[in-house]
Design a protein around this ligand. Structure first.
Ligand SMILES: [Fe+2]
Length: 223
């Protein structure tokens, strides 16, 4: 099986796990997510999205330093695509808090800072591994994003289009997924990188889950 297919399967399995076992995602899908949870999720996702162009520039520089021209070019193009996506989250946060029922908290959770550190350590280690993270993030948006955004509005009753930072990414990234077979074949040696990149995704999932746990705990803090 190709690396792209293996990565896809792992992300699908992660989403299946979140739907069944993760309290925040379960609350979201069954319509019991609170405004405090929604705000916590969006504020932290905005922070993550704000880091993406910084991470892509760091990955470009590192790839150039390693003499990996094709990889550097890929990150440079991605960086152009990723500009301004944090504005979607700005708009979502304003919509979710428009009734001002709660005092909106804009602190960045330690779990999100941990995820950002994890991403930076991936790039420092080897920018090829950052491809695995990008694939993970894009494909998770695609497999989970539409379902999450629908439940957000229809089940939880949050304002229309107030999870656009996720739904817009899902919309864009679904067109990227079919390109990943070519991207991985073109940019890396699959025999060498298949197992290490799958391991990077395993590590990312461990760190990523902690952010969802913080979204759930955000509920009790505000209650
Ligand atoms: Fe983006």
């Amino acid at each position: 099986m190709s690396l792209a297919d293996l990565l896809k399967k792992r992300v699908e399995l992660y989403w299946a796990h979140l739907k069944t076992n993760d309290p925040f995602n379960r609350a979201l899908l069954n319509g019991t997510a609170t405004q405090a949870m929604a705000n916590h999720f969006l504020v932290n996702v905005r922070y993550l999205v704000q880091q993406t162009p910084i991470h892509l520039r760091k990955a470009t520089a590192k790839a150039e330093k390693n003499g990996e021209e094709k990889l550097a070019k890929f990150f440079k193009l991605k960086c152009r695509e990723e500009q301004g996506h944090d504005r979607w989250a700005d708009s979502d946060i304003a919509k979710v808090n428009q009734r001002r029922i709660i005092e909106s908290n804009s602190e960045i959770d330690p779990s999100m800072k941990g995820l950002v550190k994890h991403i930076e350590s991936i790039i420092d280690y080897d920018p090829v591994h950052y491809l695995a993270y990008i694939f993970f993030a894009e494909y998770l948006c695609v497999v989970a994003g539409f379902e999450m955004a629908e439940a957000w509005e229809k089940k939880c009753g949050f304002p229309p289009n107030s999870m656009s930072v996720i739904s817009n990414h899902a919309e864009l990234d679904q067109h990227h997924v079919h390109e990943w077979v070519d991207i991985t074949r073109d940019l890396l040696d699959e025999d060498k990188y298949k197992a290490p990149l799958l391991e990077t995704v395993e590590e990312t999932i461990k760190v990523h889950q902690q952010f969802y746990q913080s979204c759930w705990q955000g509920k009790s803090h505000a209650a």
